[in-house]
Design a protein around this ligand. Structure first.
Ligand code: CAA
Length: 447
């Protein structure tokens, strides 16, 4: 007997409650043409946390809403895996803080749930989904679901080129048998290498070589695509409803999409014709200089954009996945999962039929590793997409002035002491409410 499908049964997003508008607030303060952000990076705004928000509150708020919406009690959850690259404790995992928050307001507790934390830069959220699926396939779940939470406060040092790509938010996902949103396919492609493109050795803010990080991202994606094909997977652009990529900023996805598309048409008459016109695109790692590779890739992208097949594919399969990212920035571990939610939300609003159709999911984590797998959309996807309140949350964000942005960035810098008052009023959510006897953060629910 075939084993039941395993995959995503529910999704909830929680955005940081402050907004930094890149065109009207950030660009003038830096004397930079706003088009660099809105057109070049493809970003309009960043979500940032208010003074009472952090990775625990955002993760717990997303999880609480998801569990309540699905009518679940703590005993229905057999594990909580938190993916983050902005944890503040090297021993006690964020999952314990989140379970503690949830237990404050829910009947029951998580005493028999396996709690843990996954770290591999932005790919950790996808790895946590994989862990959860494997736990279910192993049979140890005893009918329970896994709660996977990707939560980050993605801040860069003031003045860093990455500052315009900041973001903060959490994605909570339920993983179960017979899922209602998407089912994971079996073939999996991996591309890993020991790289130092973006890292935080004992520091809060990343040490990042921007252009090289893009080259490493694309190199690992290319390797993972090749491995996915070797495992029997296909990325045929005509056979997949959507392609989701890790989205540090939508301009990065514009580049990754070229690799996804060329991989999908490889070996077809269309692919052969493109290779004849353009030559074969060399592997990113064969370029000593990341900028030189990005220039070659750009020439390919320019040519492809002029073909109807590519332009239509990109508009149908990629653009919908970027709609939320444009308004929130980089959510690190949550970013590729924001892309899934964004694509489903857009399909629901545009009355698209997705049930039974496959998606390609291409994740990336600096350091570095990419993973590619397919998911098949399940019959309950529309109900789940329609239950998402992300647009209402985004519209309700407090729009920061530049002075307020500077102050809020300082509040979230480790070691800083601040009395800054919140810009928003918490309601029906978890908040940071102080420090405990060992210096740990403490949390409360504000009704
Ligand atoms: N009008 C229109 N477009 C403009 C413009 C204008 N006035 N000015 C610039 N642009 C375009 C540029 O041409 C460029 O587009 P292309 O790449 O298509 O040429 C884009 O805007 C960005 O401009 P720059 O390349 O000059 O920007 P930058 O060097 O200041 O910063 C960055 C870009 C290096 C990626 C920086 O944002 C950064 O360091 N980000 C953090 C690292 C990162 O996100 N890396 C991505 C891969 S690693 C990863 O994915 C992991 C992760 O989550 C961090």
């Amino acid at each position: 007997m075939a084993s039941p499908a395993v995959g995503i049964d529910g999704i909830e997003l929680w955005t940081g409650k402050l907004k930094l508008d890149l065109a009207t607030t950030f660009a003038p303060a830096h004397d930079i043409d706003p088009n660099k952000f809105t057109k070049g990076l493809g970003l309009h705004a960043s979500s940032l946390p208010d003074v009472y928000e952090d990775i625990v509150t955002m993760g717990a708020n997303a999880a609480l809403r998801l569990m309540q919406r699905h009518g679940l009690t703590p005993e229905d959850i057999g594990r909580i895996d938190v993916a983050t690259e902005t944890a503040f404790d090297n021993a006690k995992p964020v999952a314990t803080y989140i379970a503690g928050c949830l237990a404050q307001v829910m009947e029951g507790d998580f005493a028999h749930a396996n709690l843990g934390e996954r770290k591999f830069a932005c790919i950790a959220g996808t790895q946590a989904l994989d862990d959860a699926a494997n736990w279910i396939h192993s049979g140890r779940h005893r009918g329970r679901k896994a709660l996977v939470i990707a939560t980050d406060t993605a801040l860069y040092e003031r003045g860093d080129p990455g500052e315009a790509t900041q973001g903060a938010g959490a994605v909570a996902m339920l993983v179960s048998e017979s899922p209602s949103v998407t089912a994971f396919g079996l073939p999996q492609g991996i591309g890993s290498a020991d790289e130092t493109d973006f890292l935080k050795p004992h520091r809060q803010f990343p040490s990042v070589d921007g252009k090289r990080s893009m080259q490493v991202y694309l190199g690992r994606i290319q390797d993972a695509l090749a491995d996915f094909a070797a495992a029997g997977g296909s990325t045929d652009p005509d056979a997949h409803a959507q392609f989701l990529f890790h989205t540090p900023f939508p301009g990065m996805v514009k580049k990754a999409a070229v690799l996804g598309y060329l991989d999908g048409v490889q070996g077809t008459a269309r692919g052969d014709a493109l290779a004849e016109d353009l030559g074969t695109l060399a592997h990113p790692d064969t370029f000593a200089d990341g900028r030189a590779y990005l220039d070659v890739l750009k020439a390919h992208a320019k040519h492809l954009k002029q073909t109807d097949h590519y332009a239509n594919w990109y508009a149908r399969a990629v653009t919908p996945t970027l709609k939320v990212a444009r308004q929130v920035g980089n959510w690190y571990t949550g970013s590729v999962h924001v892309a899934r939610a964004s694509g489903l939300l857009h399909a629901a609003h545009s009355e698209r039929a997705l049930t039974g159709q496959p998606l390609i999911v291409a994740s990336y984590g600096s350091g570095a590793q990419a993973e590619v797998h397919a998911e098949t959309v399940q019959a309950g996807w529309r109900d789940e997409a329609e239950a998402l309140t992300i647009q209402q949350q985004l519209d309700a964000r407090y729009d920061l002035s530049y002075d307020e942005y500077e102050a809020i960035h300082a509040v979230h810098t480790y070691g800083a002491e601040s009395n800054l008052s919140p810009r928003t009023a918490p309601s029906g959510e978890f908040v940071v409410d102080g420090r405990g006897p060992m210096g740990e953060y403490t949390y409360a629910y504000v009704a």
